[in-house]
Design a protein around this ligand. Structure first.
Ligand code: CA
Length: 234
């Protein structure tokens, strides 16, 4: 998720950028309204956090211009002003949500997720990228890197997620250990390197998929394949 943060308070912007990155967003930070407007009109972003009090061009003007060009683009406005009139003005100018400083990061993150879900639901998914896919009782949301079984979210590490996504996109086809290692090479962070680490992750994933109606079958000497439990029995 690519996010533009327009905020001229350097301390707040640094703290927010770090927290947003931690939460999985790709963050572009700008300090004035003119650059914010330029980037929002020229570059692809998934959403923007816009401070109202910005130098060069104030946040409300940025909001109006971006909203005129991209009416569906989600914007969350940050402001120190907490009076009804400015809130109404901001929402009328096209803001999707509004947060008054000071705020807690979890609240900001929760609101951003709502905006993203709403805008993704409003747009058709780009070709080849489904917003979600369902296999048995397993639902995968590739953009959010989330999975759930029968509505219960699965707690997956980045490697487990990557493994599950790879297996599910090549359903009923063998996924080789080379493919798994290749998919993991971009992940980093998690300790690995042991010769049996793929087996360990497969084992963990099998346990997490219990009750999903899916099974990860080991194809000796070749790799693994994800299949429905019915196929496994037959
Ligand atoms: Ca400001």
């Amino acid at each position: 998720m690519r996010l533009l943060l327009a905020e001229d308070d350097a301390l707040l912007a640094d703290a927010l950028s770090a927290q947003l990155r931690q939460a999985g967003f790709e963050v572009e930070h700008v300090e004035n309204g003119a650059v914010a407007e330029y980037l929002l009109l020229k570059q692809p972003f998934d959403l923007a956090i816009l401070d109202l009090g910005l130098p060069m061009l104030d946040g409300l003007s940025v909001l109006k211009r971006v909203h005129a060009a991209k009416p569906q683009f989600p914007v969350l406005v940050l402001t120190a002003l907490d009076d009804l009139e400015s809130r109404v003005t901001t929402l009328n100018a096209g803001a999707d949500d509004y947060l008054t400083k000071p705020f807690d990061f979890p609240e900001l993150e929760a609101r951003l997720r709502v905006l993203l879900r709403r805008s993704q639901a409003a747009q058709p998914a780009p070709a080849g990228v489904a917003a979600s896919s369902t296999l048995g009782r397993l639902v995968l949301e590739p953009q959010a890197r989330r999975a759930s079984v029968a509505g219960e979210p699965l707690e997956l590490s980045p490697r487990e997620w990557t493994l599950l996504e790879l297996l599910s996109t090549q359903r009923d086809q063998v996924v080789t250990k080379e493919q798994i290692n290749q998919a993991w090479s971009g992940e980093g962070g998690e300790a690995g390197g042991a010769g049996n680490s793929i087996e360990v992750y497969i084992h963990r994933l099998r346990r997490k998929l219990e009750g999903s109606g899916l099974n990860i079958r080991t194809v000796r000497g070749l790799g693994y394949l994800l299949e429905t439990s019915e196929a496994a029995r037959g």
